[in-house]
Ligand binder design. Sequence first.
Ligand SMILES: Cc1cc2nc3c(=O)[nH]c(=O)nc-3n(C[C@H](O)[C@H](O)[C@H](O)COP(=O)(O)O)c2cc1C
Length: 437
Amino acid sequence: MERILTRWIDIPDLRHLNVYEAHGGYKALRKALFDMTPEEIINEVKASNLRGRGGAAFPTGVKWSFIPKDSKKPVYVCCNADESEPGTFANRYQLENDPHGIIEGILITCRAVGAHTCYVYLRGEFNLQKRRLDEAIAEARAKGYVGRNIMGSGFDVEIYTHRGAGAYICGEETGLLESLEGKRAYPRNRPPFPAIQGAFGCPTVVNNVETLTNVPHIITRGGDWYKSIGPEKSPGPKLFCLSGHVNKPGLYELPMGYPLKDLIYEVGGGILGGKKLKGVIPGGSSFPIFTAEEAVKVNMDFDSVRAAGSLMGTAGVMVMNEDTCMVDALRTIAHFYHHESCGQCTPCREGCGWIEKLLIDLEAGRGRMEDLEILIDAATNMEGNTVCVLADSLSMPVKSFVPKFRDEFEEHVRLGRCPFRETGTAAKGHAAAAAAR
Ligand SMILES: Cc1cc2nc3c(=O)[nH]c(=O)nc-3n(C[C@H](O)[C@H](O)[C@H](O)COP(=O)(O)O)c2cc1C
């Protein structure tokens, strides 16, 4: 397949403006400014069926169309570059290697929704990525692509980069907006949605980096072209973050709908150490795990993964082999959500901690059979009872790991120890578990 989002692999130095321009860069912006109305841009993106890559898969053109056309208040675009979902590492490479692709996507989005200011919210650890983006913004500004009167069109856009302090919750769009406004990143109740009341009380579009980088390609080649890549309702080139027990982990661009089996066994070179596959989380740690039998039947697009009982989220594909202790794997996940819960909502603040505690005990052989029911019960009570879905992000793994690998959880209770302790990958995790205790 032609590389679209990862063109930098074939084009060295794509991050520099002269190289980006030599390969067609900023032509889509010119087209959007001079040959298309804002409405035509939105319609083209709607026609492409592009869906958000930040995790929720919401149709991008539809989201843009919610911005009031005659807003008396300023309209903002926020580019979500927080990228904190475990197992997810696409945006960082895009920021490093294709910053102009992101800037061009931002500028076209601003034109579509009538925004003159964009904030790029980067996770706290993204030093290099921020530097590369700042350098590219400076280059684009010098060339008249950012700032006042872009390309002589009369249209103005300022782009500001803003680094967070490294909290997962700052990636949640309303937590992001609070943080951007200088406050603690407590997510907001919705409605009102950001399209009506976002940054500084004004209409705001929040889009993920990868979502925005699709936009110039859609404007140049058309929505019909885009829709022809992968399944029509969930189309496009997709960045898959493959990690865990595969021989060739990494970032891979593939068409939506690519079989998970081929991603693991062909692209990823098969299971590490020639071992058997045990489970796969397809979309970052927030989503239900697939057993090996389920995983090999799934195609990787939003609708197929949902139909198979999980969600594709950020396409952070985490592969686990037969040596993985599933109790320990779930304990690690619970530790993350407990640590990252912002604490605003009681079910999340207390529930994530309770679940982690139960899992620490189960993994160490101190658990009871009834703890398995308590885990499911606690997870169920967290769901849908909080301002944002961070609580659901732990609930979903719990409610899939426990029933799907129940024998293994029970074995920990029966033996009074972890059966993988000496031999399995869990052995490595025990130091962390001991530290957490
Ligand atoms: C706890 C939590 C963390 C999130 N972290 C991110 C993130 O790091 N990056 C991101 O783009 N979206 C993240 N999201 C999703 C955003 O809230 C939002 O849906 C997304 O930025 C919208 O962009 P899109 O429509 O382009 O996907 C997170 C959501 C939740 C609930």
